[in-house]
Ligand binder design. Sequence first.
Ligand SMILES: [Zn+2]
Length: 336
Amino acid sequence: MRFADVLDQYHAIGLLRSALRTGRVHHAYLFTGPSGTGRRETAWAFAQALQCQRYAEDACGNCLPCQKSERRVHPDIRWIEPPEGRQGIGIDQIREMRQEAAYGPYEGKYRVYIVAPAERLLPEAQNALLKLLEEPPPRIVILLVAESPNALLPTVVSRTQLVRFNLVPAADIERALRVQFEVPPARARVLAALCAGRAALAARWARDPDALADRDRVVDWLGRVEQEGLLAALEAAESLAQDRERLGELLDIALLWYRDVLVEQHAGDERLLVNLDRREEIRRLAARLPPEAVRRRLEAIERAKADLRRNVQPRLALEAMFLQFQLHPTPTAPPV
Ligand SMILES: [Zn+2]
């Protein structure tokens, strides 16, 4: 992992590059911010740059230490995570870390520990970590990754250097995807809109050929409901409801879809569309559906999201939503 692989987050990375450039590396950092913003990726990239033989502001990606880091087998980069089947990071793990750290790095310049997610440190583990932070052995670097500093003891937080990660505006993510990752413009637009500000998530999707599978699934169902009416609506409700965990995200995709239809009807400007790669379908739907019917669909989707928050059964919420669609049907749809 290199800084070049982390999307956006120039502020956080600038701070770490400067530590690498000046050699003034702190013994502990707290990478904090919403998940999906690149905290882990940046921690990994920093750990790798600290081991890289080029001693530059970013890892080279080619030298032996870099290769070991990429394969996650570098002996001086250790990941401290909750063990398989356990919820928290226990005191035994931190004790072991303290014993090892006393000997210094095996082969690199620093011994780096990435503790993620740090909010999973159990209380006694945090206290053990505090002792390590108070009297750090030489050439140790501890990278804590947490959504918020509030999850950690204030005494732990005060001994770290804070590195903040932020949600990034969609337009910036879109540009970074195109420039930094050479993603085609239409795809960059959709990924940037769907990731909701989480740049690292967009970066992960950019490398994943199936990243738009959810979007395509939702939009395909909506297309069938518009075409075929009630029976397709019931089928769609049944199928989508099975994805209970992510149903909120799937409904956000549906919102973006009908929002595009409205945009097409009012502005007709493709620069404003999210689902640029499916513009033909948007155009067809915009021509057939009255704007009032589109607005009713958006309201129905919002209502379904609210229902889910109130723990209404997913299938019922979706059926009620699609029923609203039927009250304002696509004019040219065949009768059911
Ligand atoms: Zn290297």
